[in-house]
Design a protein around this ligand. Structure first.
Ligand code: SAJ
Length: 419
């Protein structure tokens, strides 16, 4: 059975590309978001986030009428929930997942659910979140049955199918990646596979909801642990006067070694967040996973110490910080170690701090930099003024710049861009 109408709840970095790709397959897609500005922008055929080629596909599907955005959910055959799942910041060091957005999405779609509908949780979630989503739906709709009550015979099918796409490559990976499909019953999984088959070329692999939740957390924790290993090596190599990038390249020539790259810390809303969901569930057992988080979170402070040391040799240090985004060639500043380093550095009055971020405009300068009076300059302007240059993000624009411009500067290359 094919799908005629699909609703995507949450039109952010995952929801909007997913909605657009499904719409491009000729299915009617209604995108729902609480943000009126996002809804208006999409209905104008434009986008409110940066992702290569997304503007072209959104313009196309909006103009054909296959994609429409609204703030109010309406009936559909399938609902895909792609809302944020941050953690609650707490003074005692705990990182409890915040499921408020999932709960709000459940309460928003519950009134329009109809017998036979499929509800999919795409948001990265702690183990047990899909069951909670189903409970919230059941509480709001006592007239319908859900898989936790009726298994395969339930009126509503519920599954977890975690998104796994890499920012910057979302449109390719949405189609080509394999999908883990964790239904709350076999019938839920099978129906979810039917939906994903409409746009996924990769394999759709069936498991249960709890395993699917843990699979996603495991993938990102694996990456976090590997990067923590690289970051620890970088600190060790500084002490032992070894070029860590050369070292890792050499070690990676071994057929069974694959170490990732050290950097200024781990950012973004996934790798820096998801491992905490495992730690929160099993604090006594998840020792290595927790240490990786702590190691990666300590890296910005280490980079700041190196910058202060370098600035110390100048009477009037002018420090150009290249990059604010959490990684190369994106505009996303969420949980960005680069932004944290620039903000903290400016507050420590080490010298004049300049920021270069080609992917954001003057209007998008974050509040913390405005308060710290850090100007946003072009690469050329910043390099003209600076005596210390800190490479925080290896954006293409920096990679392709004339590297002789760095020659007369004291350079701190946290990404190994010049290595
Ligand atoms: N980083 C390093 N060294 C590396 C690789 C990354 O320091 O060798 C840093 C980046 O600079 C960045 C952070 O780690 O600050 C995270 O970047 P990333 O490219 O590793 O990952 P994300 O957060 O953009 O996307 C990840 C992906 N997960 C995996 O590769 C296992 C993506 O597939 C997921 O869909 C996404 O998380 C998500 O939404 O969960």
């Amino acid at each position: 059975m094919s799908f005629k109408k699909v609703s995507v709840i949450g039109l952010g970095y995952i929801g909007l590309p997913t909605a657009a790709v499904i719409a491009s397959r000729g299915i009617e897609v209604v995108g729902v978001d609480v943000n009126q500005h996002a809804v208006d922008t999409i209905n104008n055929g434009e986008i409110h986030i940066v992702e290569p080629d997304l503007d072209i596909i959104v313009r196309g599907v909006v103009s054909t009428g296959n994609l429409r955005a609204t703030t109010i959910p309406e009936p559909a055959e399938a609902f895909m929930v792609a809302v944020p799942t941050p953690f609650k910041h707490s003074d005692d060091g705990s990182h409890e997942p915040n499921l408020d957005y999932i709960r709000a999405a459940a309460e928003a779609i519950a009134p329009v659910l109809e017998k036979g509908n499929l509800v999919i949780l795409e948001s990265t979630s702690p183990v047990g979140a899909t069951e909670k989503l189903a409970e919230w739906l059941a509480a709001a709709r006592p007239d319908l049955t859900f898989p936790q009550q009726k298994g395969d015979a339930a009126d509503i099918k519920v599954a977890h199918c975690p998104e796994r796409v890499l920012p910057g490559y979302v449109l390719q990976e949405l189609v080509s990646n394999d999908r883990v499909i964790g239904g709350m019953s076999s019938a839920c999984s099978e129906r979810a596979v039917e939906l994903y088959k409409t746009f996924v070329r990769g394999e759709c692999i069936i498991t249960n909801a709890r395993t699917a939740e843990m699979a996603k957390l495991t993938e990102n924790s694996f990456r976090d642990v590997n990067i923590a290993f690289a970051n620890e090596l970088s600190v060790i190599c500084d002490k032992l006067k070894i070029n860590v990038w050369e070292l890792i390249k050499l070690a990676n020539r071994h057929p069974r070694v694959n170490i990732l790259n050290p950097g200024p810390g781990v950012g973004g809303h996934c790798i820096a967040v998801d491992p905490w969901f495992i730690v929160d569930s099993c604090p006594d057992e998840a020792k290595l996973i927790k240490q990786a988080r702590l190691t990666n979170d300590a890296k910005p402070e280490y980079v700041i110490e190196k910058i202060i040391e370098a600035a110390d040799q100048f009477k009037k240090p002018v420090i150009a910080c290249l990059g604010l985004a959490f990684k190369a060639d994106i505009d996303d500043l969420r949980e960005s170690p680069a932004l944290q380093i620039v903000g903290d550095l400016a507050r420590q009055n080490v010298g004049e701090v300049l920021a270069v971020e080609p992917n954001i405009s003057e209007q998008e300068i974050p509040e913390c930099l405005i308060e710290a009076e850090v100007p946003l300059l072009s690469l050329k302007e910043a390099l003209e003024k600076a005596n210390v240059v800190v490479i925080l993000v290896d954006h293409s624009e920096f990679k392709s710049a004339d590297h002789s411009l760095f020659a007369a500067k004291v350079v701190i290359d946290s990404r190994g861009m010049l290595a």
